[in-house]
Design a protein around this ligand. Structure first.
Ligand SMILES: [Zn+2]
Length: 172
């Protein structure tokens, strides 16, 4: 296992739509292990493959250390995920390992139903709310080239861009 470098905004890899995982081979298994280790070391509760520069539809979520209204969530690996349905709305503070030292309130669906493959390639469906619903939407957005800051109001988006102006100038 090895730690991977986390790509930060505005790295263009974060804006690519990731590709389907066609086969779960040893390189995918290694990628999953590395991503879990990288997420834990950061520390963070979710990481998408394109955040470590691999443009594939794969993400890991670990909320096992977070209190979520009495619910306990084991480590979750999602491969080729799709959101089947969304319900309700919640506004909560969010952050992202690819946008260091920044958090802001964004609106998400309160409840989601997701279909994905697990780390062995077995399909599963999951319907959930709370922190896990939020994390699933955040990570699946990553796999579609979206970041949580895309959800900010125009005013807050401007403030965000001003704050990251230096990083933008360095990378472009
Ligand atoms: Zn993120």
């Amino acid at each position: 296992m090895a730690l991977r470098q986390i790509c930060t905004y505005p790295d263009p890899v974060l804006r690519e739509k990731t590709k389907h995982v066609e086969r779960i081979d040893s390189s995918i298994e290694r990628l999953i292990k590395d991503m879990v280790e990288t997420m834990h070391a950061a520390p963070g509760v979710g990481l998408a493959a394109n955040q470590v520069g691999v443009s594939l539809q794969l993400a890991v979520i670990d909320l096992s250390t977070r209190e979520d209204e009495g619910q306990r969530h084991p480590l979750l690996v999602i491969i080729n995920p799709e959101i089947l349905s969304m319900e309700g709305a919640v506004v909560e503070e969010e952050g992202c390992l690819s946008i260091p030292d920044y958090s802001e309130k964004v609106q998400r669906a309160a409840r989601v139903k997701v279909r994905a493959l697990d780390r062995t390639g077995k399909p599963f469906e999951l319907e959930t709310d709370g922190l896990l619903a939020k994390a699933l939407q955040h990570e699946i957005d990553h796999l579609n080239g979206l970041l949580f800051v895309d959800k900010l109001s125009p005013l807050k988006k401007n403030l965000f861009k001003r704050r990251f102006k230096k990083a933008l100038a360095e990378k472009t």
